[in-house]
Design a protein around this ligand. Structure first.
Ligand code: SF4
Length: 315
């Protein structure tokens, strides 16, 4: 079966391959701001946000929906040089919780994008506890007009770590969200963080397996970044935990990749936090060096996605 998904000499089923197979060419993400907030911030569940989440830096701007058409044009200009004339684009709502608004507001935000010929697909990042019935109905309607990805920020399946990071929902909420989205034919991508305080390699591999077994179509691996202005930075500066070295990150990442279904799409193998806020680990700022190192390790270690995958038992 793996041959269906992995090409000769490759180590995992990348988003690039998936997009080319599905849409016939490379697809560029256009990061858009839907002007949302988050129940972890507005007082509904909490006010401080997740412990690692950057606040008040201008990285996010919440509240007012800017002109999304204008945002699309600006974002297209940013990638124009590498994208070329026949580029395909995904409208990507990344910041905050992009289904945390009345359905009428979400409809006004998303539906016009589904009518655009220059947008190939839509990707919406949100929390699993922000997918109530009316929102699911809207997402289904949207998915019938444009290919739709919904990205869920799980981060960890360790409930104790989830408490520490102030995720504010239980694992069962995530499982139900994946089931509900998949029952509507919507493609689900789950985010997990490697290097959360107190977690060992077993915890992280357990999270990767948990995501794989949930039925999620894709996964994004993100290195934990300690960013200025976050509560996590205070714990880091107090010496309560250390961040991963590049070598440790590669080892853990490989174990996670081996533990997930071979047909799961890996949309990200690391991540680069905003450099001006980065406290640690500083090696992560050199993205090229990181990717080169990871590729070399994958080659040396003969990495094969799913080689340690345990059969799904949650479906
Ligand atoms: S990481 Fe996401 S869920 Fe957590 S506070 Fe930030 S926007 Fe909200």
């Amino acid at each position: 079966m793996k041959g269906l998904y992995l090409y000769m000499g490759d180590h995992f089923y990348s988003a690039n391959k998936y997009m080319r197979e599905r849409f016939g060419s490379k697809v560029y993400r256009l990061s858009l701001d839907g002007g949302m907030t988050c129940p972890n911030r507005d007082g509904t569940l909490g006010t401080g946000g997740c412990i690692f989440c950057l606040e008040g830096s201008g990285h996010f701007s919440e509240g007012i929906i800017g002109d999304v058409s204008l945002q699309i044009e600006k974002a297209k200009k940013r990638v124009a040089a590498k994208a070329g004339n026949d580029a395909r684009y995904i409208a990507y709502f990344q910041s905050y919780t992009n289904t945390y608004a009345p359905v009428s507001r979400l409809r006004a935000l998303f539906m016009p994008i589904s009518e655009r010929d220059d947008i190939t697909a839509i990707s919406i990042a949100t929390r699993p506890d922000c997918l109530q019935d009316g929102v699911l109905d809207l997402l289904e309607e949207l998915s019938l007009k444009k290919p739709l990805f919904v990205e869920l920020g799980l981060q960890t399946s360790n409930e104790s770590t989830a408490g520490y990071i102030r995720r504010c929902y239980g694992n069962s909420v995530y499982i139900d969200a994946v089931k509900n989205l998949k029952s509507l034919g919507i493609n689900v991508i789950t985010h997990m963080i490697l290097g959360l305080p107190g977690e060992g390699i077993d915890d992280m591999v357990n999270t990767a397996r948990f995501i794989s077994e949930s039925g999620s179509d894709g996964i994004k691996f993100q290195l934990l970044h300690v960013l200025k202005g976050t509560d996590l930075a205070e714990d880091y500066e107090a010496g309560l935990f250390d961040t991963l070295s590049l070598e440790e990150y590669a080892t853990i990442l490989e174990c996670c990749i081996r533990s997930i279904r071979p047909e799961m799409v890996i949309h990200r193998i690391t991540g680069d936090g905003p450099k001006r806020y980065l406290i640690a680990p500083l090696w992560s700022a050199d993205k090229k060096k990181v990717l080169n190192y990871l590729n070399r390790r994958f080659e040396e270690d003969k990495l094969v996605q799913g080689s340690d995958c345990i059969k799904n038992n949650l479906e």
